[in-house]
Design a binder for this molecule. Structure first.
Ligand code: F6R
Length: 621
């Protein structure tokens, strides 16, 4: 939630900050702003609404004042509002000091802001916004003006006083071409250049500029100038840390031929799955995660008696899918929990509990807190994340990366299917170590998993026109029901989440067998029913629930295995997915549901990449 960016170096500050904000807009789009260091002070520029509004203002101002594009240092922000409505006063940067000589951008929440505000007001500081962030601007200004401190010293003092989560960057008119920044629980990276340096909430903001990054740790202050980056502790002791290189391409955050990131990312799934499986599964289908997981962790897996899977939203749904494979292949009890509930539950576990924490961003506050709760009872934590170096990777004992590349669309698509693939790899690895399944059986599933990228490619081909046509059934809909049983149930949950988050249509995912216990009352011609069928006995049972629904006037949209004649009998438009072993069905069945949600939302003229009220990284409770 909220993205921050900073630049110092050449006369291209505005251009770099705007490009960085564009690549961080997925983190929030309630307002956006810049604070630029001009010769005679700091120029703030803010606009409510998406970044295009700020871009318009930048164009106007730049047209009037040529110096504007020669600025060498500044910070920028894209906001997901927590404290205070999305208006210009509450947009960042927030200013402090005489004539606004200090400017601050912030991602996170300052929990003790009310007390700090009262104290600052009592000391004569005048607040102009309803935000929690403004206390930082005033604390900095106070230390500089009344104690003669440098911006670095002032920030160190401020960090000692504020509580909560934050990544904060500040500029001061007294220290031209210098940015200082600090973080606690919210992400912050420094990008290294030649004669210029960068700062951002996430590496994808800066991929067009650099691949060399420093990760800033809690309790550190970074000071950026054109010549270099100094990292120190709050006490001012120098910290030496090597840079790391990231292997993501700048094109990964470009739209290319696609109209929207969501559509692009749906089409990137075969490649993302290939990368996620590569090097972890042999051509014979044998899974080997020894290059990813430390030896002692792998050895410890043999002793595992129970698995807990943690996640929020889509990641939670991935966990529900993972439970099927883990229980079936490894014969261990698996509990899947929503992180925000788990963290407050005084959960039960021990050193024989494997805790799989799923988070594409690796920054979700609730999942990080749930991991902490699991670590307290000695759980062995494995993080499944798409973000190398993210907060969760530092909390976990081992990490299994999904290799989907950056996902810009707010609705998770390729990160969901790669999470499913990672969980299948884990289940196969654990099953092999536990030795409860025959080698042949595991090799057979492994071999099918290796071929999943091609199957997903085929699912995309099958779904294009079919989902566009099926979306018409939703034109006059007032709600939708998604049904499934077994592995198809979490697929239905995820399909319903995709529809509601981007089309704003109320949609419920339900176990098909629960229909008669309540939801069937919703059925009429304005409530389409998406039935995820799949294969086997459960398919027959879901089909009979579907027939009951059809008998009550419901419009049915089945998701069925390619060529399933009985699916065609219950509906005019079937969404087909290729045949795969049952455990892998969620990987292919999710594709038509992603595209269905996409076409319904597009048909309603909505912005699928930036649905209202949402942000991609949820770094607050
Ligand atoms: C929905 C979606 C969210 C995330 C959830 C967890 O499309 O993207 O439900 O899955 O906010 O995020 P991560 O995986 O980053 O922890």
């Amino acid at each position: 939630m909220c993205g921050i960016v900073g630049y110092v170096g050449r006369e291209r500050c505005v251009e770099v900050l705007m490009e960085g904000l564009k690549n961080l807009e997925y983190r929030g789009y309630d307002s956006a702003g810049l604070a630029l260091q001009l010769e005679d002070g700091i120029e703030p520029l803010k606009r409510v609404g998406p970044l295009v509004n700020l871009a318009g203002a930048v164009g106007d101002l730049g047209g009037r004042n040529g110096d504007f594009f020669r600025v060498r240092a500044g910070v920028g922000h894209t906001r997901w509002a927590t404290h205070g409505r999305p208006n210009e006063a509450n947009a960042h940067p927030l200013l402090g000091g005489e004539g606004g000589r200090v400017a601050v951008v912030h991602n996170g929440i300052i929990e003790n802001h009310a007390r700090l505000r009262r104290e600052l007001e009592a000391r004569g500081r005048v607040f102009r916004s309803e935000t929690d962030t403004e206390v930082i601007a005033h604390l900095l200004a106070e230390r500089i003006e009344e104690h003669g401190e440098s911006l670095r010293e002032a920030l160190a003092c401020c960090v000692r006083q504020i509580e909560g989560s934050f990544a904060v960057a500040a500029v001061s008119a007294e220290e031209p071409e210098t940015i200082v920044a600090a973080r606690h629980q919210s992400p912050l990276v420094v990008g290294l250049g030649e004669g210029e340096n960068f700062l951002a909430s996430a590496v994808q903001a800066l991929l067009t500029e650099t691949r060399r990054f420093l990760v800033v740790e809690n309790g550190e202050i970074v000071e950026l100038s054109a010549e270099g980056v100094a990292v120190s502790t709050l006490d001012g002791e120098e910290v030496r840390r090597g840079a790391c290189e990231v292997d993501w391409d700048a094109e990964a955050v470009e739209l290319g031929v696609y109209e929207d990131y969501m559509l692009k990312e749906i089409h990137e799934q075969p490649a993302a799955l290939r990368k996620t499986l590569e090097g972890r599964i042999t051509t014979e289908g044998e899974v080997d995660l020894s290059a990813d997981l430390p030896e002692p962790f792998i050895e410890g897996l043999r002793e595992i008696e129970r698995v807990v899977v943690l996640g929020c939203g889509t990641a939670y749904h991935a966990g529900l899918v993972g439970k099927h494979a883990l229980e079936k292949l490894c014969r261990v009890p698996v509990e899947v929990a929503v992180s925000s509930e788990y963290r407050y539950r005084e959960p039960i576990g021990d050193g024989k509990t494997l805790v799989v924490a799923i988070s594409q961003s690796g920054e979700t506050t609730d999942t990080l807190a749930a991991v902490e709760a699991a670590r307290e009872y000695g759980g062995r934590v494995l993080a499944v994340t798409n973000t190398r170096g993210s907060l969760i990777t530092r909390e976990a004992e081992a990490v299994l990366l999904t290799k989907a590349g950056p996902e810009v669309g707010v609705a998770a698509t390729k990160t969901f299917t790669t999470q499913l693939a990672a969980l299948k790899l884990l289940a196969l690895q654990l099953a092999h170590l536990k030795g409860l399944r025959s080698a042949e059986e595991l090799l057979e599933i492994g071999e099918a998993l290796r071929l999943v990228p091609e199957k997903v490619e085929h699912a995309i081909e099958l779904s294009g026109d079919a989902t566009r046509t099926a979306a018409q059934a939703f034109e006059a809909a007032r709600c939708a029901l998604y049904l499934g049983r077994g592995v198809s149930y979490p697929v239905a949950l995820e399909g319903a989440l995709k529809l509601k988050e981007i089309s704003y249509l109320p949609a419920e995912g339900y176990p098909a067998g629960e229909m008669k216990h309540g939801p069937i009352a919703l059925i009429d011609e304005s409530c389409p029913v998406v039935a995820v069928l799949g294969e086997g006995l459960l398919r027959e049972k879901t089909l009979s629930n579907v027939q009951e629904t059809a008998a009550r006037g419901g419009r049915i949209v089945p998701v069925a295995v390619e060529g399933d004649a009985s699916a065609s009998e219950v509906a005019d438009h079937v969404l087909w997915a290729p045949e795969v072993p049952e455990l892998l069905w969620p990987l292919v069945a999710s594709v038509p549901l992603q595209l269905l949600a996409y076409h319904v939302a597009k048909g309603r003229g909505l912005d699928v990449d930036k649905p209202r009220n949402l942000a991609k990284s949820v770094t607050v409770e």
